[in-house]
Design a protein around this ligand. Sequence first.
Ligand SMILES: [Zn+2]
Length: 255
Amino acid sequence: MGSLLRRLYLLYHELRPGGSSYSYVVGTGMFERQMDLYVQLRKTENSGLWPEITFDDGHISNIEFAAPILESRGLVARFFITVGWTGKKAGYMGWPELRSLHESGQTIGAHGWTHTLLTHCSEKELQVELGDARRTLEDKLGASVTTMSLPGGRYNRRVLAACAEAGYTQIYASIPRAESDGSGPLIGRLNIRGDMQLAWIASLFEPGSTVLSSLERQYRVKAAAKTLLGDRMYARLWAALNRKEPDTDGGDDAV
Ligand SMILES: [Zn+2]
């Protein structure tokens, strides 16, 4: 189904009933309306794009709120887990939760070991962030893991080579663009923020919409600014402009 369609992968992090002003958080009511939209879009013939759902970080709300909402609509999402946080960091899923998510038919992938930006890692650190993360997930879940998403969306040629070396065949980034089947190992995604309106999200999927290509252009300008300023300077600047603390994803809004 949908094999000739281009796909748009959506990226979520945390859900909260009632929402939050924090841009990574989507309200559960809004999330339900978005899932209903995706179900509807998948039914529509000649729909512009096929929606796919992903979650980064492994927040506890993924199993508490997202899983039941997905399950009630027959939707399967990809959950990318920061393996070193599992069972260790407050507010994130432990192994029993991950096993239950996996057993309910949802897909589990890796999101590094410590959530550090992979572009800053030595070769040895990359082995932990990529290789150890994958092996630990596979051991604990008793399943093969071949997908990962990049912390902070950050990558370069060396990181992509290390991902392939560690056995990942699909690498999810934060470049807002649609993907054709078999378009390569690097897969773009659109980060869904809590303040995005349903009608605006729906407009992305309309045949001939130019919203996505303008988002991709903005993303490329920002990525160039990061390269120019360096990650730390960019994070401080971003935090100052947005009047909030840089977060665990390096103060970026494309995790
Ligand atoms: Zn992340």
